[in-house]
Design a protein around this ligand. Structure first.
Ligand SMILES: NC(=O)c1ccc[n+]([C@@H]2O[C@H](COP(=O)([O-])OP(=O)(O)OC[C@H]3O[C@@H](n4cnc5c(N)ncnc54)[C@H](O)[C@@H]3O)[C@@H](O)[C@H]2O)c1
Ligand SMILES: [Zn+2]
Length: 352
């Protein structure tokens, strides 16, 4: 059964949870002359050829993962669109994980100063995070997501059937963002995941659909109130301040969601020692994250280096590191000017 979540950004559009993405895409494409589908080889092999009345589909293969978001890959994609004579009334479709929808969306934002696009996320992280909220982008040689634009798709089509081929590691990493949504806005998410293993979640389609729906609804409501990332959208960064530092420090050998999991573990220690959360909420972080096999420790780091990366984080204001905190489940606040000793002590707990 289809479910719709409305997003109010620079304009209103739907996130459609569907059991037939192909049918929905064909319905959208029927009114267009041409459609540029951007995807990786693996997805290309899976989908076969699309057909919709007089719409002509062309396919563009990009490298998997972050390589697909490189400046070189973006340039090739722009030139392919131009060589193919795509016009402003044509449509771009990104089918893949967050890397693919980010670059497809950024090409759509910039080619001919902006054309319509549709996001079809195939990973959990893509469905609950990357494809929702209108942020598109690419990497530079000097860092991830250094260029980008706010350019909402006309529709997001989420079909859970894609997830069957997703690795356990990517599935769990995506669930870290779902768990984050639970802590910042929706205790029900945590109740549903508590006591579950990754396998028991994966085998329960109804539960997965419910978790994805709830997380999308939270992101939709947050970005609807703060499309261009002022104050409110920052709450989506719970666990991300320390998480981003770990991600960079580990030279991206860990998945983003794994780093967010470690970042939430760090926040659990920090908030607990500052008396912001109860013993119970502190413990809940670990039982839920570890229950589905997500990491809550980061060994081999260097505190001064991690601390320096945190202060450089583009989300931190001025020199003081700013954290999103919860006073209880579902209620967020901000925390700045934390004593160095407290920051270090939370780090030592994450290391032990
Ligand atoms: N725009 C935003 O607001 C936003 C938010 C969060 C993350 N992101 C971006 O999203 C990316 C992370 O997303 P991701 O974790 O989906 O990464 P990803 O796109 O690199 O996908 C992870 C891996 O899963 C594979 N994969 C995806 N779907 C699959 C499927 N159905 N079956 C089998 N394999 C599949 C991919 O090929 C890839 O190897 C990063 O580039 C990040 O910067 C963007
Ligand atoms: Zn994230």
């Amino acid at each position: 059964m289809s479910k719709v979540i409305k997003i109010k950004a620079e304009r209103e559009y739907d996130v459609l949870m569907t059991e037939d993405w192909r049918h929905e895409l064909v319905e959208i494409a029927k009114s267009r002359t041409r459609c540029a589908v951007i995807l990786t080889q693996v997805m290309r092999d899976q989908i076969g050829n699309l057909e919709a009345d007089d719409c002509e589909f062309s396919y563009y293969l990009i490298p998997d993962g972050e390589e697909g978001k490189s400046p070189a890959s973006l340039l090739k994609l722009w030139n392919w669109l131009a060589a193919g004579g795509f016009t402003r009334s044509d449509l771009i479709v990104g089918i893949g994980g967050g890397a693919v929808t980010d670059i497809a969306g950024f090409a759509a934002a910039t080619y001919l100063r902006g054309i319509d696009w549709v996001a079809i996320p195939t990973s959990v992280a893509g469905a609950v995070d990357a494809a929702i909220g209108g942020k598109t982008g690419a990497n530079l040689d000097y860092g991830k997501n250094m260029i980008g634009s706010f350019h909402s798709p006309i529709t997001v089509l989420i079909d859970l059937s894609w997830f069957t081929t997703l690795s356990d590691r990517d599935f769990a990493a995506g669930l870290a963002e779902v768990i984050k949504c639970g802590f910042i806005r929706d205790e029900e998410i945590l109740k549903r995941i508590q006591g579950q293993s990754l396998a028991s979640i994966r085998s329960n389609n109804e539960l997965v659909a419910d978790l994805i729906y709830r997380s999308v609804a939270i992101k939709a409501s947050v970005v609807g109130n703060d499309f261009k990332e002022g104050f409110e959208r920052e709450i989506l960064n719970y666990g991300h301040t320390f998480g981003h530092a770990v991600e960079q420090h580990s030279k991206y050998s860990l998945k983003h969601g794994e780093c967010v999991s470690i970042g939430m573990a760090y926040m659990a220690h920090l908030q607990h020692s500052l008396g912001l959360i109860t013993d119970e909420v502190h413990k809940l972080h670990f039982s839920i994250l570890q229950g589905i096999g997500l990491p809550t420790h980061y060994k081999g780091g260097d505190w001064l280096e991690l601390r320096a990366i945190m202060s450089r984080d583009k989300k931190s204001r001025g020199h003081s590191v700013r954290f999103v905190v919860i006073s209880k489940i579902g209620i967020t606040d901000r925390l700045t000017d934390v004593a160095q000793g407290e920051l270090l002590s939370a780090y030592e707990k994450v290391c032990s």
